[in-house]
Design a protein around this ligand. Structure first.
Ligand SMILES: [Zn+2]
Length: 124
């Protein structure tokens, strides 16, 4: 089985699982991805309330499994794909420069967004 076929197979499994959940009246929130293989597939099933509950449970499970806050995990995810010099340097484990370049805008936006979220500013 080629890599492309394996990824296609994963997509089909996600599709089948979603269809089965819909048939059984089970709500589902799923996101699968691989930066390495340039692959992403997402799927949801259920009412807004069920999706919201699933998200809360999912975030709680992630925090429990990783021992980190969900905002830290989200920030790490955002930084892993950010091309600004600061995130690039962080990934390459180099010293972080404090120079203000245009590429830094995304990082500063994300940093502000997550610090607002961490302080509870987005929860109202
Ligand atoms: Zn960045």
């Amino acid at each position: 089985m080629t890599q492309e076929n394996k990824l296609e197979w994963v997509k089909e499994l996600i599709c089948e699982l979603t269809e089965e959940c819909q048939k059984q009246g089970i709500s589902l929130v799923m996101q699968a991805s691989s930066e390495k293989h340039d692959f992403a597939s997402s799927s949801i099933s259920g009412s807004d309330q069920e999706l919201g509950l699933n998200l809360l449970l999912l975030e709680s499970n992630i925090e429990e499994d990783t021992g980190k806050t969900i905002n830290t995990i989200k920030r790490q995810g955002a930084e892993s794909v950010c091309d600004c010099p600061r995130c690039t340097a962080k990934r390459e484990d180099k010293s972080v420069k404090s120079e203000n370049t245009p590429d830094d805008v995304l990082f500063k936006f994300l940093e502000a967004l997550f610090s607002v979220a961490e302080s509870g500013g987005l929860d109202d």
